[in-house]
Design a protein around this ligand. Structure first.
Ligand code: 13P
Length: 248
């Protein structure tokens, strides 16, 4: 990353993994390290949120677009705030697919998180078929536009973006640094058409098979400001090495 205005961020998305003992292991490993040039966030399954110490920045992997009421199985933003949760991953491709979350629902969730003054980590990213068909940029633009249309460009000053190509998630097939940079630069240019200051300031994470061994090269790209980490966030040493790569 190059802009001095953007602070690197590494977020661990545990997905439906981990246990109580991992909470302690991650905290002791990360708290020993001097990570003064970046922020790290853990997004565990919701039941574990209350087990973390207050110094750990926390996020969730999903939140309801509704305030309260008859929505069995859902969790509201106000509940998350009570547990000191500052971030919410919204629009992860696994939720878009498994839970049929459309671009419109994703936009509603982003709006709800922003309204509560939490930071959405809005995920976008294409399936392999879209990349092969050559319609990658249209696809990413449509995902962004659904949210832009609802909340407006100025709200993007308060959110984090994550580019996660679906073909790279959990496959070991990481996007090359050049492939990541190309899409991150496109996203920034797309936002710059509406507001260049917002575009320069927004943190854009890369996600998809990030490991200690490839993090440094990915994060050295001009428009890659950190990572959204799945599998490697479950191993305290691997997660720490990724955080150290962002801290440089
Ligand atoms: P992996 O790091 O396991 O590929 O997962 C990426 C991801 O989906 C993070 O949200």
């Amino acid at each position: 990353m190059t802009s001095s205005t953007r602070r690197p961020l590494v977020a661990g998305n545990w997905k439906m993994n981990g246990d109580k003992s991992l909470v302690e292991k991650i905290e002791s490993q990360l708290n020993q390290a001097k990570l003064s040039n970046m922020d790290w966030v853990i997004c565990p399954p919701a039941p574990y949120l209350g087990l973390f110490s207050s110094s750990t920045k926390l996020g969730v992997q999903n939140v309801s677009q509704f305030d309260s009421g008859a929505h069995t199985g859902e969790v509201s933003v106000s509940m998350l705030k009570e547990f000191g949760c500052g971030y919410a991953i919204i629009g992860h491709s696994e939720r878009r697919e498994d839970n049929f979350e459309s671009d419109e629902i994703v936009a509603q969730k982003v709006a709800k998180v922003l309204e509560a003054k939490l930071t959405p980590i809005l995920c976008v990213g294409e399936p392999e078929s879209v990349r092969e068909a050559g319609t990658l940029f249209d696809y990413i633009a449509a995902q962004l536009n659904a949210v832009l249309d609802l909340v407006g460009i100025s709200a993007f000053a308060n959110l984090v973006l994550a580019y996660e190509p679906i073909w790279a998630i959990g496959t070991g097939k990481t996007a090359s640094p050049e492939q990541a940079q190309e899409v991150h630069a496109f996203i920034r240019e797309h936002l710059a058409k509406q507001d260049s200051n917002v575009a320069v300031g927004i943190v854009i994470l890369y996600g998809g098979s990030v490991k200690g061994s490839n993090a440094k090269e990915l994060f050295s790209q001009a428009d890659v400001d950190g990572g959204l980490i799945g599998g490697a966030s479950l191993n305290p040493e691997d997660f720490l090495s990724i955080c150290l790569a962002a801290n440089q």
